[in-house]
Design a protein around this ligand. Structure first.
Ligand SMILES: Cc1ncc(COP(=O)(O)O)c(C=O)c1O
Length: 358
């Protein structure tokens, strides 16, 4: 007997990167921040009383909403707290996209988008990026003529780290009839020189929804906390109709609030990651593993045929170094490597050096 809906029966599930417990592993495969969360988060965790868990949490995570609104200089009604950024994707798709409506993404991008589209019974349109991973010049035309209900763009892009500017995003939103969901899971690592800030776009474009995550920038991947920023009319159906009754838990609400209230600390980790990114990029390039210039906390590099990306991934794994290998079109000859601490990056570069020599 099989009770699955036909689309669930035929779809493939999301395949997360390997997760490990214990020490001795250099883990550069799922883009976690190499530095711990702010001391304010640790202090808040220590002071939490188990007695508080007897009661349900505030359903809308009011304290977090207030702190996030202050951080972004928007109204609380422009913030929806979620159980990781992933929950925002699921909420947005299930709230706005009917089965058989289209969702447009670039190819490649975050592999959860096709999975969530399949669950909803939506139709996925994938627009291939150019050879250098930039957007096709006719992307705007493809988007507007697609009839898609939603377009999801990850910015900076995953898995390349390429950044689109806000003028371009505003132009796309202006000409698009559907919702433009800008997935900014990695935005904290963008070089401040770019002065990138898409939040102001929600005032002028009523079809823009922004995803933020505390997993990478705030070193809280294990907490599962993210949020959406958007115009009130887009958030309201998710806040008051489709969200789980208590979608974020008490512990997560307290720690997430402490994290963004002490954002200065997180900023210091972003600076360190950016500096290390540049050293890692240079090191990889010097060994002939050409990289795409990245504004995220990972780097995509091309591996010479002599060793192959899969071979290098496996060789590194034997040395307890985990990186990400995607067995998919256009990525088979590449590895995505998260920026680690300086010690981890040095160990990685040395391991690669010895593996490509042999
Ligand atoms: C592109 C992208 N978007 C969103 C997410 C969701 O992050 P989280 O659910 O951990 O907040 C991730 C996580 O890996 C990601 O890579």
């Amino acid at each position: 007997m099989n009770f699955e809906r036909p689309n669930i029966k035929t779809m493939k599930g999301y395949k997360p990167g390997e997760q490990t417990e214990g020490s001795g592993i250099i883990k550069l495969n799922t883009n976690e921040n190499p530095y711990p969360a702010s001391p304010a988060v640790a202090a808040t965790l220590k002071n939490l009383d188990a007695e508080n868990l007897r009661r349900y949490p505030p359903p809308l995570a009011d304290s977090f909403r207030e702190a996030a609104a202050k951080l972004h200089n928007v109204n609380e009604n422009n913030i929806i707290p979620t159980n990781g950024g992933d929950e925002l994707l699921r909420l947005a798709i299930t709230t706005f996209v009917d089965p058989n409506e289209k969702i447009l993404v670039t190819q490649p991008s975050y592999s959860l988008y096709p999975v969530l589209t399949s669950i909803q019974g939506g139709i996925l349109i994938q627009i291939p990026l150019q050879q250098d991973w930039s957007m096709p010049s006719d992307f705007e035309v493809s988007l507007t003529s697609s009839g898609a209900k939603m377009c999801i763009l990850v910015n900076p892009h995953a898995p390349t780290g390429k950044l689109l500017d806000t003028d371009y995003l505003a132009r796309l939103a202006d000409s698009f009839q559907g919702i433009l969901l800008i997935d900014e899971a990695y935005v904290d690592f963008v070089d401040p020189d770019f002065q990138y800030n898409s939040v102001s776009l929600i005032e002028s474009n009523e079809n823009i929804l922004i995803l933020r995550s505390l997993s990478k920038g705030y070193s809280l991947a294990g907490l599962r906390f993210g949020y959406g920023i958007g115009p009130q009319h887009l958030l309201e159906p998710m806040l008051y109709k489709t969200r789980d009754s208590y979608n974020t838990n008490t512990v997560a609400q307290h720690l997430a609030t402490a994290a963004i209230e002490s954002a200065d600390y997180a900023h210091s980790t972003w600076d360190r990651v950016r500096k290390s990114r540049s050293v890692l990029t240079d090191g990889l390039n010097q060994m002939g593993l050409n990289t795409v210039p990245s504004q995220a906390n990972f780097v995509l590099c091309q591996v010479p045929n002599s060793i192959s990306a899969k071979g290098l991934y496996e060789g590194l794994k034997r040395q307890n170094i985990l990186v990400r290998y995607f067995d998919q079109d256009r990525l088979k000859d590449r590895l995505r490597i998260s920026v680690g601490s300086d010690t981890e990056n040095t160990a990685l570069l040395e391991a690669i050096h010895s593996l490509i020599k042999t």
